[in-house]
Design a protein around this ligand. Structure first.
Ligand SMILES: Cc1cc2nc3c(=O)[nH]c(=O)nc-3n(C[C@H](O)[C@H](O)[C@H](O)COP(=O)(O)OP(=O)(O)OC[C@H]3O[C@@H](n4cnc5c(N)ncnc54)[C@H](O)[C@@H]3O)c2cc1C
Length: 277
């Protein structure tokens, strides 16, 4: 849609041209920005001119530029040891978005938009990713993606801060992952998305979609289904919108969590496509 309040569009090519003025918003793929009114936004600053490489392999794992599109993420050739990699495609497909959106939508835009159904947020949180944030004073700070999304459409980003990249540790990339998703209709927005990751060091369970912000639960070893269920039953912050009631979201998340624990115990193989029926 036309953004009638926007008067300027800048495309910086260096960091020293990036500083956001009052009223300016970063523009990445624009798939969310142009989907609704942006009251108060008078300028857009296109991040794609900064030329960040989509993907960098580092000694510690993988760095994804915030401007890496979902399509480019899907084109990465994983190392053979990256057992977690099936989660990438599962989460990309969890978005209520066609391949046309994948070609423009970026990983940073998905996290910064902070929708409960942010499946790239789910992916990054499950893989213990750290966000690299550029601060307006020319500095940089790092924080877990799990702490970056703080609620429905809210983040821990301060004024003028821009997400530069996400660092994914090799320890997470080489662990095993599980995935369950449900929506009220076959092509509907995520009702709840429950992901898990486990290795010799422990088990992590992440709920998104069903909760306003990512719910991250960790154990030193694969817990019992009862241990997980006790925590989820007591959790009282479930998302409420036309895509599902809080009670339904909690119920189905508990069921998915039990399935993922069973999967981690090796007692139940994952469904071929990872999607619960
Ligand atoms: C058909 C359709 C279906 C969709 N389905 C889903 C869905 O299921 N789940 C979901 O979560 N979203 C969905 N979206 C919304 C959106 O497309 C995605 O969240 C997408 O990943 C946003 O990325 P973008 O690069 O287009 O962001 P943009 O639209 O460019 O920006 C989104 C917001 O993030 C900010 N931003 C972007 N990059 C940065 C950065 N590096 N640092 C700081 N702020 C930044 C922008 O200022 C803006 O506020 C859908 C959109 C469409 C059109």
């Amino acid at each position: 849609m036309d953004l009638v309040t926007v008067r300027t569009l800048r495309t910086p090519s260096h960091r020293d041209e990036l500083a956001l003025a009052p009223g300016e918003q970063p523009l990445a793929g624009g798939t969310w920005l142009y989907s609704e009114e942006q009251p108060g936004t008078t300028g857009l600053v296109d991040l794609t001119g900064l030329g960040w490489p989509d993907v960098e392999r580092t000694p510690d794992g993988l760095r994804l530029a915030a401007t890496c599109t979902i399509a480019a993420l899907l084109r990465i050739a994983p190392e053979p040891a990256w057992r977690a990699w099936p989660l990438v495609e599962q989460c990309a497909n969890a978005l209520l978005a066609s391949f046309k959106v994948w070609n423009a939508a970026t990983v940073g835009g998905n996290v910064a938009t902070a929708l409960p159904a942010g499946a790239i947020t789910a992916l990054l949180v499950t893989l213990d990713a750290t966000a690299v944030v550029w601060t307006p004073d020319g500095g940089e700070r790092r924080l877990p993606v799990a702490d970056l999304v703080t609620g429905v459409r809210t983040t821990a980003l301060g004024a003028g801060e821009v997400i530069r990249a996400f660092d994914l540790p090799v320890s997470a990339l080489t662990s095993t992952t599980g995935f369950r998703r449900v929506s009220l209709s076959p092509h509907g927005r995520t009702g709840t998305l429950v992901t898990a990751r486990w290795d010799a060091d422990g088990f992590v369970l992440v709920v998104t979609g069903g909760t306003p912000r990512p719910l991250v639960l960790r154990w030193d070893a694969v817990p019992t289904a009862d241990e997980v269920d006790t925590v989820l039953a007591a959790h009282d912050d479930w998302y409420d919108d036309p895509h599902g009631s809080p009670a339904w979201r909690r119920a189905v998340s508990r069921r998915f969590a039990a399935e993922l624990v069973a999967e981690a115990e090796g007692s139940e193989p994952a469904a071929a496509d990872g999607v619960a029926r």
